[in-house]
Design a protein around this ligand. Sequence first.
Ligand code: SAH
Length: 569
Amino acid sequence: MQKNDIVKVVIEDVGVGGEGIGKVNGYTLFIKDAIIGDVVEAKVMKAKKNYGYARLMNILTPSEYRVEKPVCQVARKCGGCQIQEMKYDRQLEFKNQKVRGNLMRIGEVPERLLDRIMEPIVGMDETEGLGGPYHYRNKAQFPIGIDKDGNIVTGFYAGRTHSIISNTNCALGVEINEQILKLILDFMKEYHISAYDEGKHQGLVRHVLIRYGFTTKEIMVCLVINGGGLPHGEVLAKRLAKIEGMTSVTLSINKEKTNVIMGNVIKPLWGQMYITDYIGNVKYQISPLSFFQVNPVQTEKLYKLALEYSGLNDVSCGNPRDKVVWDLYCGIGTISLFLAQKAGKVYGVEIVPQAIDDARNNAKINEIENAEFFVGKAEEVLPQYYEDYAKEHGGETAHADVIVVDPPRKGCEETLLQTMVDMQPERIVYVSCDSATLARDVKFLRGNGYELERVRAVDQFPHTVHVETVVQLSLKKDTPKIEVIMEPEEESNYTPKGKASYSNIKKYVKDKYGVNVHSRYIAEVKRLCGLEMGENYRKSKKENPDIKYCPPQKKEYIKEALRYFGALA
Ligand code: SAH
């Protein structure tokens, strides 16, 4: 095979980037925009020894998975969508297979297990009349530039480049975007406001950020400018303010020669500095620099799934108000606040300080008081917490009931995974935007006492190749540890003060001495005192050498509590 060869190819597979894959005499070709089932004519652009890349020239026989006409006219050129020309149900199948394939290949999860536990991908409802879900994004960042005729344009970058494909009507964004963009372009022409030129690092307006609250219908517009202010900004603000729902108009100052879109200084032009929106019943204030999930409809489904997988809603898992949850990579606390409504205590960890400010503020406006947030790297904060806890509690290990992680594409570092395993949570819920690193981390967790129990992909980004996955891992039952299961003797211990239940004992010790005592310690002291443990206490067959015994001081506190509640003479 050589460059510029024209070949006929039957597309038999889909690559991870959504490209079609076919073979010509055993030689593999990757062809962007070709769809599995197509027969195409393609021109070889790059030929390596065993495989090459070709450009789609003609569709000779269209695949049954191909849509008749893509909704967006620039679907192929634009870098935003990769598989818009594939029918939506086939997109879902492709994403599901991608997750499954990675878990099998990289994660070494047996196929039999996946057949049993993998649940159907959560797709999005189709937008009426469009043959797929569209207009789902609540945020868009449009670059502003000049076309070859000198006109100010906006749209999206072509794949892998910074040349702007002019389009004010992106089918993934909300419809109001178009009106806002046209208004801004007209204003710029009228007042001779220049567009930014990346090559020359000259000109004023770089990007327009638009955010839309799906629940509140509030709109935010933020102009990113290469300068300290916007001439006639008040005119623009006045015009934008007339649009129904407009809530916040701001400027973001970015004078750097950089690919980073937003500048860190935000100046008000009109209205508030933020908009408000909801996911489920949790309210969030979103400022121009806040991270917020872009598909609120699917995000709600994703978080509900994370909640379901956490077991906090499951009565057989015990009282959720006793549960300690960690939400690592928590962003602005979205998952944390969702879970805090059920759990006893939620700790969130996030690397970006601004996001933690937002998280704390979001907790406040929702009157959620049982969530606490830490700034830092998850792989540093959690191990440090674990170490400090043991030092401060006479060797007692910090315990969590549920750990949720939602890392960026690179997944979790092994030091973090190890600490998670050390903390022995009953459940680990892993939310992932890259199933390859998810699979790698699942392999580690399965090798260290956890079993994969549930897997489900969620389509957060229809028409792109991205897919989110949620998995539930549970501590294997034979993992060495002492476990408290039931407390049947409590019934007979009833006194007007209350029962000698684990939660009452914990509360008694906490209120009186200000320290926490773990259920394991209570079980240990009960056993030492010869109290009937019966069904409520189970010790593993294998003795765990790492098990931490109750420090003497805490033993005394627990004994005192047992006496107080009449369980001990
Ligand atoms: N769970 C949140 C955010 C998930 S995105 C939500 O659903 O909204 C991943 C988050 O991890 C980002 O906010 C990113 O800033 C953060 N992050 C990246 N590396 C990190 C690290 N090493 N430790 C903690 N947080 C990190």
